[in-house]
Design a protein around this ligand. Structure first.
Ligand code: NAD
Ligand code: MG
Length: 332
């Protein structure tokens, strides 16, 4: 089942020297941008942040953190990191980045979508690399300050300079990721697994599992309050056990009845049909069908996205959840 021995890079495998004397331009100062910019600066590198003029609040925040901030028109340097939302990257690239890419300079991404689906096509003489932390920006910053790091994925889409991997690893070291370990991947693997995970498991799968089990209990006449605690609230305990020690750690911790019921019934929920549907969803990702749908949805002003979001916000579990969470002192 796949190659079990992924290449993992640690601190000693990466050399910050590949970014010394280079000008790094971080485009965006949001979740990832602020963490990367601050960590790279604190690693002794030459960093400037590029922001749109209309985002006054972020501009103030970056300057308050002591960063040098420039307008998008002034994007430039030896390494340009695209750390703005994926759906706005192509336009920003066309308007402000494409003509600034010098031969043998590098463009860096934290997610492979736009390169993998050809929404951004950098010139042949530029390194195209990815450093994708496996965690949100604030954690990337916090771990760095604690002398630790968040694991990351690294990939090279194009090695024009002959040193693209070394440069990406230097960047990964600069943000602290090699302290934890950096796994080598490809733009294809990172993009497709990321989309698959958020669709079937992390976001889509979990949300539907919670809502459907809530609906089944409520329509059978059970109180929504009791259903909420059972199918949503308690999920955190289970996920924490799995996160800390794996699935078997969870089985160890739950009751004998939960073990037997779970092991026999879980397979009826996630059955052969579910597996087939997961494979169909994966194929839509691999063929670019999902990417086309989402790109066109954005061009159309997100009519489906907005409607679905509204329906999610108005689901009965949100109303009961809002009340029930008032009972939980550690959530206040
Ligand atoms: P974000 O939403 O936090 O980015 C906000 C920044 O983008 C702000 O500085 C804002 O000024 C700028 N911005 C917004 N609209 C803009 C526009 N039209 N033109 C120019 N700038 C604009 O972004 P993020 O969540 O940090 O994601 C950045 C990249 O990192 C993405 O490729 C994402 O997939 C990837 N990534 C994110 C996470 C995460 O935890 N958020 C994790 C791994 C990878
Ligand atoms: Mg993801």
């Amino acid at each position: 089942m796949g190659d079990p021995m992924a290449k993992i890079y640690r601190d000693q495998d990466a050399d910050l020297g590949f970014l010394k004397d280079k000008k790094i331009c971080i485009v965006g100062y949001g979740s990832q941008g602020h963490a990367h910019a601050l960590n790279l600066r604190d690693s002794g590198l030459d960093v400037v942040v590029a922001l749109p003029e209309w985002d006054k609040e972020t501009w103030k925040k970056a300057e308050g953190d002591g960063m040098r901030v420039v307008r998008l028109e002034e994007i430039g340097g030896d390494l340009i990191a695209m750390l703005i939302p994926d759906m706005v990257q192509p336009e920003v690239y066309r308007k402000f980045v494409r003509d600034k890419l010098k031969p043998n300079s590098a463009i860096l991404f934290a997610h492979g979508f736009n390169i993998h689906y050809n929404q951004i096509v950098p010139p042949q003489n530029v390194d195209v690399v990815m450093v994708a932390p496996k965690g949100p920006g604030p954690l990337v910053r916090r771990m760095f300050l604690e002398g630790k790091g968040v694991p990351a994925l690294v990939a090279v889409h194009r090695n024009a300079s002959g040193k693209a991997l070394e440069i990406a690893l230097a960047y990964a070291k600069g943000i602290g990721a090699t302290r934890a370990g950096v796994i080598e991947t490809t733009f294809k693997e990172e993009t497709e697994t990321d989309l698959f995970g958020e669709q079937v498991d992390l976001c889509g799968g979990v949300a539907e599992m919670i809502k459907m089990s809530f609906e089944v209990l409520v329509e059978a006449g059970y109180q929504p309050e009791v259903a909420y605690f059972e199918v949503l609230h308690e999920l955190k305990l289970i996920v924490d056990l799995i996160y800390e020690g794996g699935i078997f750690n969870m089985w160890r911790a739950v009751s004998e009845t939960a073990k037997y019921g779970g092991m026999t019934r879980g397979k009826r929920i996630f059955n052969g049909n579910t597996r087939e549907e997961m494979r169909r969803i994966l194929r839509e990702i691999q063929t670019g069908e999902f990417a086309r749908e989402w790109i066109l949805e954005n061009m159309a002003g997100r009519p489906v996205y907005n409607k679905l979001l509204e329906m999610e916000a108005n689901h009965p579990i949100e109303k009961v959840g809002k009340e029930m969470r008032k009972m939980i002192p550690w959530l206040k």
